[in-house]
Structures are given as C-alpha cells and as structure tokens.
Ligand binder design. Structure first.
Ligand code: FAD
Length: 393
C-alpha cells in the first residue's frame, strides 16, 4: 500500500510530490501520468517561456521559496510576471523532473487513470495496464482546457463518482467569437480598450492589444474578458451568450468630444478624402470597416461630411459594439473556469471534506485567474499545500 498516489503529472502534481517527499522522506509516492512524459502543458506555457507566477499574488513568496529550494532561478518583469531566468519553460520541467528522480518518487507515464475506488484503508486506483492501492490520493488532472496536453476533464468524472460537485465548466483565456462577420479584419492588431457588458451592464474593462482573427477577437485583454462569459446552471449556450456584448474603444486616451473635434479638424485638412480620415489612427482594413458601419462612402471630400456623420464615426471609434457568439472553445483555451466546488475542500490542506484521504490541487478546483502567471501560481500553491498536508498525516 502506497502512502500517496498522485493522479496527473503536471505542474501541481510535481510540486506536491516534491514537497511531500521533502517533508517526509519515508513516504512512498507514485505519480500516474496519462501522457508519455511529465509536464507537457507546463513546457508549452507562456509561449515556451513559462510565466510561473506574478508578484501580485499574495503567496508568490512561498512559490519563489519552493523554486529556489529546487534550483529554479527566476526574475520578474515590469508587470510583475515571474519567469525562469532563462525564459525556458522546459528548464522548469527538467528541474522538477530531476527532483522527482532525486527523491526516488515512482513515475508511471502513459498510464491514464480510469477510476478511483475507496477501499477500507485507502483507495484502489485503476489505470490503463494496472491497479495500485494507496492510503491517500491527490487528484491533479488539470481541467479541460487544451486537451492536446492530456487534460480532457477526466478528473471531474472521477471526482463526481466520489461524490463531489463540479460547478459549470467553461473555456477561459481564449478568443471571443462575434456574431458579426469580421473576416476582412484578419491580422489587424490595435491598442485599445475592450469592455464586456452583460444585459447592458458593464462587467469589466481591459486595456491592451486587440487582435482580429478570421472569426474572433483575441489578445491578452480579450482573453481576460473571456473568463466572464459564464452561463447560469441550465441556461442554453446561445441564450446565455446573447446577453453579452463587447465594445471596443480605439482611442482610449481621448474623450468622445475630443474625438469629434479631432475628426472635424482632420476634415479641414487640404485634400482630405473620407478613406484617409482615419489614416494613422487605425489600420486601413479597420478604418474602411468603421466608415462602412457608419455609412460613409470612400472617395468623397471629407470636408463635405455632415456633423451627424462625423459624430457617428466618433462614436464607433470610441465604442464599436459587437455581439458575442461564444468563445473559441477548449482547444485554444488556456484555462478552465469552474471545477470542484471549493466549499467541499478543506483549503489549508486541499483535502476533500467528503472523502478523507482524497486531495485536490491545480486547475481541477473551481479557480481561474487572468493571464500573467495566476493560474500556474494556483497550481504550485495548492500542490505545495497538499504535499505538506499529506506528508504529515
Ligand atoms: C498554451 C497554454 C499556455 C499557458 N501559459 C500559462 C502561463 O504562462 N502562466 C500561467 O500561469 N498559466 C498558463 N497556462 C495555464 C496553466 O498551464 C495551467 O493552469 C496549469 O498547468 C494547471 O496545472 P495542473 O497541474 O492543475 O494541470 P496540468 O499542468 O494541466 O497537468 C495535468 C496533468 O494531468 C494529466 N492527466 C489528465 N487526466 C489524467 C488521467 N486520467 N490519468 C493520468 N493523468 C491525467 C494530464 O496529462 C496532465 O499532464 C497556460 C495554458 C496553456 C494551455
């Protein structure tokens, strides 16, 4: 009978295994990973640079201590984002793997776990090709985002079977699809502000680069807004999404009245044609689209535009409204919103309140953070907490 079986071999699982073994070297631990190697998703994070955490996280210092103890040197950028000094995600994976080996933690890769059954003095863990018994089990299978890295939501099924509640899941940190056809804007990137409204009420404003793709809008500011596209229990997808609206401000430093004055002034410039009115303000495909939205024809003298038309163009520059159709889905999502209900977990130890000896860590729990290292921080922090707790049972 093992002391601890860890289901999943990602960021939080490795942090938990190393912490538990460090705290209690006598523990017998086995990590069961579905993929053929540990930390596949971790190696792809932060565009291969691995944004480990963020200085704004109140527990970042605990994570940094952990990294330092296993020889991962870090540095943070001006936005507080913490990276390995080498900016190489695979160095982080390698450092964790070295520690796993050093602590003689057993690892079985290509071993997807199918079921966890409570038995009289622990659990029986059934995986492809075998079964093992353990006094404690840590479920660290991640979420449903980016299933190409092994995370297809298996852990939720196993947790539900053990009696846990899984809150409604949604792909987060991904692009937002619009009902309007925006294919002509593919490749356009602009700095601006994006506002997300629900039933006409502002939910959140985000500033940054807005990127247009064939059928969606992306960029970090949009990814962060995608976290809020949550549906109520029982609400249909189309009905739920139709309540959201995206509004884009392409001149955030300017007040609406100033934008109108700016446009009026530009109309007076010698030889100014309508299609040049937004030249040097937004990229040409976007300029042409905005002109079309307000019914301004190209090839006309800008001086001939009526005040009403200029007002409408100003309003579109300050708030182009787009209807939300949905998000780009699980494949491109970086995180899962929703998960194991937090009220069913004793958070200081990450132990289930319903099934003693069952622990959770990482993205599987009902937590999601914005871009910037907050999701990996959750993985490390909850993994370290679970590892410490289980080591002293
Ligand atoms: C492209 C991309 C970039 C990202 N960049 C960042 C970033 O820079 N900063 C940041 O903070 N966050 C980032 N994230 C999010 C972050 O990677 C995750 O939140 C984090 O890895 C979650 O850690 P975890 O340990 O809970 O799960 P994971 O790291 O996802 O690991 C879960 C593991 O469980 C395994 N598994 C699943 N089911 C089974 C099963 N049945 N049996 C056995 N094993 C199983 C999976 O194969 C996987 O290896 C990114 C995500 C993606 C997709």
């Amino acid at each position: 009978m093992l002391d601890l079986c860890i289901v999943g071999g990602g960021a939080s699982a490795m942090a938990a295994a190393i912490t538990a073994a460090g705290e209690n070297p006598k523990m017998s631990i086995c990590v069961l990973e579905k993929k053929d190697s540990l930390g596949k998703k971790l190696a792809a994070t932060g565009n291969g640079k691995c944004n480990l955490s963020n200085m704004a996280c109140h527990n970042a210092s605990g994570t940094l201590e952990f990294f330092s103890s296993i020889g991962i040197l870090t540095r943070s950028d001006e936005q507080g984002r913490i990276y390995p000094y080498s900016q190489q995600a695979r160095d982080v994976v390698r450092s964790l793997e070295l520690q796993i080996k050093e602590h003689s933690i057993q690892v079985k890769t290509s071993s997807p776990v199918q079921e966890i059954k409570p038995v009289c003095d622990g659990f029986s863990v059934i995986f492809r090709g075998g079964r093992l018994n353990a006094k404690n089990v840590l479920l660290a299978t991640g979420g449903k985002a980016a299933p190409q890295f092994g995370t297809s939501g298996d852990g939720y099924v196993m947790a539900k079977k053990l009696g846990h509640t899984v809150t409604r899941l949604a792909p987060a940190l991904t692009g937002i699809e619009t009902a309007e056809d925006i294919a002509e804007l593919k490749g356009v990137r602009v700095k601006g502000c994006a506002f997300l409204q629900k039933d006409g009420q502002l939910l959140r404003k985000e500033t940054g680069e807005i990127q247009f793709t064939e059928d969606s809008i992306s960029g970090i500011c949009i990814f962060n807004l995608s976290r809020l596209l949550r549906l109520r229990e029982g609400e249909s997808f189309a009905e739920g999404m139709s309540r959201f609206q995206l509004s884009l401000d392409f001149l955030p430093e300017w007040e609406s009245v100033e934008v109108i004055e700016l446009l009026k002034g530009r109309c007076k410039i010698l030889g100014m044609k309508t299609e040049e009115l937004l030249l040097s303000i937004v990229p040409k495909p976007l300029a042409l689209r905005l002109l079309r939205e307000v019914g301004i024809e190209t090839g006309l003298e800008a001086a001939e535009l009526t005040g009403e038309r200029i007002g409408r163009l100003g309003a579109y520059l300050k708030g182009w409204k787009l209807s939300v159709k949905g998000t780009r889905g699980w494949k491109t999502a970086q995180c899962t919103a929703g998960g194991i209900a937090l009220e069913e977990i004793h958070l200081p130890a990450m132990e289930s309140k319903l099934v003693p000896g069952l622990y959770f860590s990482g993205e599987i729990i009902d937590f999601d953070g914005p871009c910037g290292g907050f999701n990996l921080q959750n993985a490390w922090e909850t993994g370290i907490r679970a590892g410490k707790a289980v080591a002293h049972v």
